[in-house]
Design a protein around this ligand. Structure first.
Ligand code: SF4
Length: 64
């Protein structure tokens, strides 16, 4: 099953992912970093599209 992963070194905290897919991501405004909250929900949500929303390509889909 594929899982969403955010590379927090790459994340610039723009918030786009959390705004468009609040069921998958959460933005920590103090840190200015987004986190995956339900990376295993691919299927219920379109994770490829969700990963594609990141302007710096910090979101990837990993097999696992
Ligand atoms: S869209 Fe990308 S850069 Fe923006 S908050 Fe999400 S992971 Fe970070």
């Amino acid at each position: 099953m594929r899982k969403l992963v955010i590379d927090n070194d790459e994340c610039i905290g723009c918030g786009t992912c959390a705004e468009l897919y609040p069921e998958l991501f959460e933005l920590n405004e103090d840190e200015g970093k987004a986190y995956v909250i339900a990376g295993d929900k691919c299927g219920a949500s379109d994770c490829e599209e969700a990963a594609g929303t990141c302007p710096v390509e910090a979101i990837t889909l990993e097999e696992g």
